[in-house]
Design a protein around this ligand. Structure first.
Ligand code: SF4
Length: 307
């Protein structure tokens, strides 16, 4: 009985301290990156910074709607620059900071607030990795070069019509590819996230991979769609292909960390094809939270940062 009580109090203590840590971090703008404590995550230790809460790109497959209220109505975080300055005092000056793992930093609101222009000089001592789906990032190419940042642009397809449905608020793939070229011309080392791959919708990415190699992308990151019910319902409402997809996910898939994954063998087959083609075109390849061994030189493209 005593042992049970002791066990319960330990569980209670752990839950209270987890809650306390989460509570503390909820006041930080720069937070340790920890994607749902996923055992599949192979990222190097890093911090995550999102100047905006929510994202106007409104991608059908987006997972932020599962934890951010009103996620497709973005808003700038209050007093974000001062919060960043304060938070920076609490982390080592050589830390890797990823901007942003959710809520695009270069979404249309950035044209109004210009917050990234003020943020980047403050981060000059740190290792900065930009992750975006927008060509607005090219506006800051000189600043990004100056601080040695690397940029990763997400492009899920080179089919503008498909992208318009999948990512209705994001710039068309053409513009994103041009932005990559502009960054490369500025001497910035870039990666591309061909992510997520959704079966029957955007599996054939060979032409896109070829275009990426032509503009000078060094590294490709890919992963398969991880189903959560909110994003699944949005996809299902638009794409008849979801019927075939549902057999793959709901009959053979596996739940990992709150998401339904495709069966391991199918994930491997899809990603191996992309890996082989990317490598054939002279780029390195890694995948993200797939439980596959292809995670080098880095799974997130951070090896391209110039420090
Ligand atoms: S760009 Fe990223 S954060 Fe924004 S809606 Fe699309 S998937 Fe979500």
């Amino acid at each position: 009985m005593l042992a049970i009580c002791k066990g319960k109090s330990q569980v209670l203590f752990v839950s209270v301290s987890n809650f306390y840590i989460k509570f503390l971090y909820s006041y930080l703008v720069i937070r340790p990156f920890d994607p749902w404590k996923s055992k599949m995550c192979t990222c190097p230790p890093k911090f995550s910074l999102s100047p905006y809460t929510g994202c106007a790109h409104s991608c059908l497959y987006c997972y932020i709607t599962s934890y951010i209220p009103d996620a497709f109505r973005p808003r700038l975080k209050r007093d974000v620059i001062n919060h960043v300055k304060k938070d920076l005092r609490k982390i080592p000056s050589t830390s890797l900071i990823s901007i942003a793992n959710s809520s695009d930093p270069y979404q249309p609101l950035e044209l109004k607030h210009q917050i990234m222009k003020r943020l980047l000089p403050i981060l000059k001592k740190h290792r900065v990795l930009i992750i975006t789906k927008s060509d607005i990032v090219k506006r800051d190419s000189s600043l990004l070069k100056e601080i040695g940042a690397s940029v990763s642009i997400t492009i899920t397809t080179d089919d503008d019509d498909l992208a318009k449905v999948l990512e209705p608020g994001a710039p068309p793939p053409r513009k994103r590819i041009k932005a990559l070229k502009r960054l490369v011309d500025k001497g910035i080392r870039v990666s591309a996230r061909v992510d997520p791959i959704i079966p029957f919708l955007n599996e054939d990415v060979n032409h896109l991979i070829e275009e990426l190699s032509v503009v000078g992308v060094s590294h490709v990151i890919s992963s398969t769609y991880k189903l959560r019910y909110d994003s699944w319902n949005r996809l299902k409402a638009v794409f008849p292909e979801c019927e075939r997809m549902s057999t793959l996910y709901f009959k053979g898939g596996e739940w990992i960390g709150g998401s339904l994954y495709l069966p391991a063998e199918i994930r491997r087959k899809i990603l191996l094809k992309i890996k082989q083609y990317a490598e054939e075109k002279g780029m390195t390849f890694s995948c993200c939270r797939e439980g596959l061994p292809w995670t080098s030189p880095s799974c997130d493209g951070s090896h391209l940062i110039e420090k």
